[in-house]
Design a protein around this ligand. Structure first.
Ligand SMILES: *Cc1c(COP(=O)(O)O)cnc(C)c1O
Length: 364
C-alpha cells in the first residue's frame, strides 16, 4: 500500500487529446488564445465571480494581485500558510506583519488585527487555509475603517461558497491556485478574481512584462501568462470537478465518523453557511491527551506506506530568509497548531476502505 497526501485529478486521456487537437491547426500555443478565453469565461460562472485573470501559477497570480494595488509599507497576514503567501508580500517590497490565527478554523484571528495596524499599514492578506473561510465580514469592516486593501490567498478554496456567494467575490482580489495538488488543476496554474474592472488592464500588464502596448512599459513586471495546454487541461477538469468534490466529501465524512470525539484529537469540521470543497483534512494531535505526538503518528503512518504531511509546519515567520529583516510578531496559537497538525491523505479517488485503514493505524 502507498497512499500520498494527495493525487492529481485528471480527465480521460482521449478527452484531453480532443481538447488540444485544434492547437495543431491554430498554432496559437500561448498569449491569451482561444482556450484561455474560454476557460476565463467558464471560471467566472463556476466561481460565481465578476472577473477572472488567468496566470501560469498561483504564486505569480498572488504577486501580481498585490503589485496591481500599488502598495507600500506593512501588510497584515498570517504565518500559518504555505511559503507562497509571505514570499509574495516580501517580493513586492512590502513588510509582513504576522497576526495570530483563531483556534477554531486556523484563519486570521480578526480580533487581533486592529492592534497591529500602524500608519504604515496598507493591506491585509488573509488565507482561507484548508478550504476554511475567513471571517470575511469582520475583515471587510476593519478594511473599510482603516482604508486598507484586502487580497485573499484563496489557493485552497476553489468552488467554495459562503452566504450563497462565490468566495472569490470577497475583498479587493483573491488568488486561486490550480496546481496539480489542488482540488482543481491546470497542471500548474492559477488566477486572480476581482470585482473592480480597472484591475483587468493592471493584471494584464503585470503578467506580460509590464507592457501596455508594444512601445509602452509603465510597470516593472515579469511573465505570468497561462498557456493553451494548461487552459485545455482546465477546461477538461472543470467538467468533472463537482463530482470530484463529491467524492472528497464522502472521504472527509468517513474521517469525521471515525476520528471525531477521540481524546486528544481535534478533527476538521465544516463551517456554518459554507459550501465546502474538502480540500484538506487536518487533525491536531495533542501528545499529552492522545498518548502519541504528531511526529510519532506521521512516522507510524509512513511505516505503513501512508504519507501524511505537516501542512503548515514550520510557520513562515520562522523562515531563515526573513531573519533580521523585520520584526517577527509572536503568534502562540499558530505555533501550537503548527506543532500538532497533520493533514491526512484526501483526494477524490481515495476509497472509504483506504480511509478506514488510515484511521485503524491512528486509533491503534
Ligand atoms: C498552493 C498554494 C499557493 C501557490 O500556488 P501555486 O499554484 O503552487 O503557485 C499559495 N498559497 C497557498 C496557501 C497554497 O497552498
Amino acid at each position: 500500500m502507498k497512499i500520498n497526501v494527495t493525487r492529481s485529478s485528471m480527465p480521460g486521456f482521449e478527452e484531453y487529446i480532443k481538447e488540444i487537437e485544434p492547437l495543431w491547426e491554430s498554432r496559437w500555443l500561448t498569449n491569451m488564445g482561444e482556450k484561455h478565453k474560454e476557460l476565463e469565461g467558464k471560471l467566472c460562472d463556476y466561481l460565481k465571480v465578476e472577473n477572472v485573470s488567468l496566470f501560469t501559477n498561483g504564486h505569480l497570480a498572488l504577486e501580481a494581485a498585490i503589485a496591481s494595488m500599488g502598495l507600500s509599507g506593512e501588510v497584515i497576514t498570517t504565518p500559518f500558510t504555505f511559503a507562497s503567501t509571505t514570499q509574495a508580500i516580501v517580493r513586492n517590497g512590502l513588510t509582513p506583519v504576522f497576526c495570530d490565527i483563531n483556534p477554531e478554523n486556523y484563519t486570521i484571528d480578526v480580533s487581533k488585527i486592529e492592534a497591529l495596524i500602524t500608519d504604515k499599514t496598507c493591506a491585509i492578506v488573509p488565507v482561507h487555509v484548508y478550504g476554511n473561510v475567513c471571517d470575511v465580514y469582520g475583515i471587510e469592516k476593519i478594511a473599510k475603517k482603516y482604508n486598507l486593501k484586502v487580497i485573499y490567498d484563496a489557493a485552497h478554496v476553489f468552488g467554495v461558497e459562503f452566504d450563497e456567494r462565490g468566495i472569490g467575490g470577497f475583498g479587493d482580489a483573491s488568488m486561486f491556485s490550480f496546481h496539480a495538488t489542488k482540488v482543481f488543476n491546470t497542471i500548474e496554474g492559477g488566477c486572480v478574481t476581482y470585482g473592480n474592472d480597472d484591475l483587468t488592464k493592471k493584471l494584464q500588464i503585470q503578467k506580460n512584462f509590464g507592457m501596455e502596448n508594444a512601445e509602452s512599459y509603465p510597470e516593472i513586471a515579469g511573465n505570468g501568462k497561462m498557456n493553451e495546454f494548461q487552459a485545455a487541461m482546465g477546461l477538461c477538469n472543470l467538467r468533472h470537478v463537482a463530482g470530484e468534490i463529491g467524492k472528497r466529501k464522502a472521504a472527509a465524512e468517513q474521517y469525521i465518523e471515525r476520528l471525531e470525539g477521540i481524546k486528544g484529537l481535534t478533527v476538521w469540521k465544516p463551517q456554518d453557511g459554507v459550501k465546502h470543497n474538502y480540500a484538506y483534512f487536518p487533525v491536531l494531535f495533542d501528545e499529552k491527551a492522545f498518548g502519541k505526538s504528531r511526529d510519532e503518528v506521521a512516522q507510524m503512518l509512513g511505516d505503513n506506506g501512508i504519507f501524511a504531511r505537516k501542512y503548515f509546519y514550520p510557520l513562515t515567520s520562522s523562515f531563515a530568509c526573513y531573519k533580521g529583516k523585520f520584526i517577527i510578531q509572536s503568534t502562540p496559537v499558530a505555533k501550537k497548531v503548527a506543532e500538532q497538525v497533520l493533514t491526512l491523505p484526501l483526494y477524490a479517488d481515495l476509497t472509504i476502505d483506504e480511509v478506514n485503514s488510515i484511521c485503524d493505524i491512528i486509533l491503534q
